[in-house]
Design a protein around this ligand. Structure first.
Ligand SMILES: *Cc1c(COP(=O)(O)O)cnc(C)c1O
Length: 400
């Protein structure tokens, strides 16, 4: 630990809300898959700001797009048109199932927009009273009142009751659980194609496709929260592509502008029509600065060769983790797609996260016992090998 950390920790304690249990590291610089702290110590980043910096830190093309936009036009109201916004929307719709995009500034805001759209669509189409939304246990959809209510984890609800009314939680990977929960008040189902915060839970074969067929049959909108799983993370631009299914609504954020705050809610025309002038708004949403950063990001991430490399590196990473699983009995499961990878342990993972940090590798822990790896998508075999070496050292220490 370096001497500077005490100082910044005290200043934080004095001036900043205590909403995070932070690690004792202050970062000052990043490039690619590497970060540096204020003492000059180097770290290999396998967290990427929690699946945000898909192109790594300070990617030159993103940095250039930001600096050029910053000199040209940073903000005007959404009462006017701007070019980067529409170019980005055109690219997102061309690359996805969607017809229309609404821009906002975070994942929670994107899900708020999706929840509002589902309610409004249902009211317009079927009349009032149909406003319930089914979501999954162990899901995560955000921290605003509606999105924490949509989140199927009681620890996120605690202290903030009463929740926004009308969210019903069912088991992930079970269409029959959804079927049992539907009433004449239900308007939509929201699901992460891959649960991130819930411990990297992947969809069972056919689950999402069957869920879509069920929703279609019952006139329910299907919302995919791809805030973490989207934008190349699982080796396809969107996770749903690997499931032979499309949603009616999808939310994006995290990796969209490679670190600048941006969210998006995408929908098919049929649903999107429910939003009319005045239905929803965002002062900053889709502004020219963030939209320029997102354009530069998406152009790179959506290239087939780029996505192919994510799949290849991911497969290599998973094979190396499976080697570790053979050697350490406290490794229970290795699961992943692309570079969204989890290592489930039989013991809490927090200790390993701290041990890795000390050895210069950043990972984190989801759902208590699952080590989560969501590195920059530009990581290759060399970065994987380095991380595996560090993990190996940590596991060895634990095993003795
Ligand atoms: C991170 C995340 C959110 C919330 O995004 P914020 O930008 O923190 O509001 C919502 N859903 C999923 C699946 C996420 O991973």
């Amino acid at each position: 630990m370096n001497a500077l950390i005490d100082g910044i920790q005290q200043e934080y304690g004095k001036h900043i809300f205590g909403t995070y249990a932070r690690f004792p590291v202050a970062f000052v610089r990043g490039a690619g898959c590497m970060l540096w702290d204020d003492s000059g110590k180097e770290y290999l980043d396998f967290l990427a700001g929690i699946a945000v910096c898909g192109l790594g830190h300070c990617h030159p093309e993103v940095a250039l797009a930001i600096s050029e936009a910053a000199r040209k036009l940073i903000h005007v109201s959404n009462l006017f048109y701007t070019y980067p916004q529409v170019e980005l929307a055109a690219l997102l719709t061309r690359l996805s199932f969607a017809d229309k995009v609404f821009f906002c500034n975070s994942g929670a805001e994107a899900n708020e927009a999706a929840i509002k759209l589902a309610r409004k669509y249902s009211r317009d189409a079927f009349g009032p009273g149909r406003h319930h939304i089914i979501s999954m246990k162990e899901s995560f959809h955000g921290r605003t009142m509606a999105t924490l209510s949509a989140t199927g984890q009681s620890k996120i609800h605690q202290g903030f009751e009463p929740l926004v009314e009308g969210f019903v939680y069912v088991d992930f990977n079970s269409v029959s659980a959804v079927e049992a929960a539907v009433t004449d008040k239900t308007c939509a189902v929201i699901v992460e194609p891959v649960q991130g915060e819930g411990g990297l839970n992947f969809p069972a074969p056919g689950y999402l496709r069957d869920l879509k067929a069920f929703c279609k049959d019952r006139n329910l909108l299907l919302i995919f929260d791809e805030i973490q799983s989207g934008l190349g993370r699982t080796g396809s631009l969107f996770a749903y592509e690997q499931e032979d299914v499309t949603p009616d609504i999808m939310t994006l954020a995290k990796a969209l502008a490679n670190g600048l705050p941006m969210g998006a809610m995408l929908a098919v025309d049929e649903a999107a029509r429910a939003f009319t002038p005045g239905s929803h708004a965002s002062t900053f949403g889709g502004g020219p600065l963030v939209a320029s950063a997102a354009l530069a990001t998406l152009r790179i991430i959506s290239e087939p060769a780029f996505l192919g490399k994510v799949r290849e590196t991911g497969a290599y990473f998973i094979s190396r983790l499976k080697e570790l699983k053979e050697r350490y009995s406290f490794i229970k499961d290795v699961r992943g797609r692309g570079l969204m990878v989890g290592l489930e342990l039989t013991v809490p993972g927090a200790k390993f996260v701290s041990m890795c940090l000390q050895r210069g590798a950043i990972i984190n822990c989801a759902h208590d016992t699952v080590l989560r790896f969501v590195p920059p998508l530009i990581a290759g075999r060399a970065e994987v090998d380095e991380l595996i070496g560090i993990l190996e050292g940590v596991f060895k220490e634990e095993a003795v």
